[in-house]
Design a protein around this ligand. Structure first.
Ligand code: A3P
Length: 285
């Protein structure tokens, strides 16, 4: 049965988090060498974990093929990741879905780098809806229409997409943060990897880009048990309901949204994001 924890005003899956694990994340001591991947769910988190694993290993795919992604890039707030967070290796690759206001004070005190990955929220909503069928730790979604209403109201688990994105965008002058979109990973993986390597000060070894393109493709990751979550037991993810690596495309919302849903979404997007200064590569809703 699905259990909910409420933290910092947002609902989170109680199977993955406790008040203690969430408090631990909020009080986390970052090291200057840490690299934190921050995302709203379904925005390309796993893809970025894989890309950074390959960048740090200088293109050697062995770590990505032998260590599960939640150990290579543990979640600050999840109960299952505590051991991996004790890792002394540097740089530490970390992951979070928490909102900026929870982590910003600790991040501002450190020199840790943050990579915020965002995706067109219409595709996020579709991907999240399908993930609710698979993930036993999330509430059962009824219809797509109901789910979309909750998504736009921000009452889904992990809270409002708009608040999450605006919160992290609001940190642009306060943190050492790079904004990357799911869409640009699709459009230009090499160029984005180069941008990441410059930001991280992690040189690109010869062959890294080719290895990265090969290993981080949708098909390679779909078949990599260390990245595709197929190792997660059925009580937590019901694999008969679909795959975590579902479609991996841009614009799947077009086959889900009715014209009315699209008009409603556009109105909400405009209300929430209209006045926001967005990075140039930002996807249009
Ligand atoms: P879909 O459900 O649209 O297929 P997250 O890791 O943040 O939970 O995001 C999961 C989404 O990213 C899923 O989207 C998944 O298929 C997609 N994804 C993961 N790896 C990818 C890759 N290498 N190429 C394209 N999409 C990828």
């Amino acid at each position: 049965m699905e259990v909910t924890e409420t933290f910092a005003g947002i609902a989170l899956p109680g199977h993955l988090h406790t008040q203690e694990s969430l408090g631990f994340a909020a009080a986390f001591t970052f090291r200057p060498t840490d690299v934190l991947i921050a995302t709203y769910p379904k925005s390309g988190t796993t893809w970025m974990q894989e890309i950074l694993t390959l960048l740090f290993s200088l293109g050697d795919a062995r770590p990505a093929k032998t260590i599960p992604n939640w150990e290579r890039a543990p979640w600050l707030e999840q109960i299952y990741c505590r051991e991996a967070l004790q890792d002394t290796e540097t740089p530490r690759l970390l992951t979070t879905h928490l909102p900026a206001h929870v982590l910003a004070p600790a991040l501002q005190r450190s020199k840790a780098k943050v990579i915020y990955v965002a995706r067109n929220p219409k595709d996020v909503a579709v991907s999240f809806y399908h993930f609710h069928h698979l993930a036993k730790f999330l509430p059962d979604p009824s219809s797509f229409d109901d789910f979309l209403t909750q998504f736009l109201e921000g009452t889904v688990h992990y809270g409002s997409w708009f608040d999450h994105v605006k919160g992290w965008l609001g940190q642009r002058h306060l943190l050492d943060i790079l904004y990357v979109t799911y869409e640009e990973l699709h459009q230009d993986l090499r160029g984005t990897a180069q941008r990441l390597s410059t930001f991280l000060g992690c040189p690109l070894a010869p062959g890294t880009l080719a290895a990265l393109e090969q290993h981080c493709s949708f098909s390679a990751m779909r078949d990599n048990t260390m990245a595709n979550y197929s190792l997660i037991p059925n009580e937590i993810m019901d694999h008969s309901q679909g795959r975590f690596m579902r479609k991996g495309v841009v614009g799947d919302w077009r086959s889900h949204f009715s014209p009315e849903q699209n008009a409603l979404f556009n109105r909400r997007y405009q209300e929430e994001m209209g006045a926001m200064e967005l990075p140039s590569q930002w996807p249009m809703a």
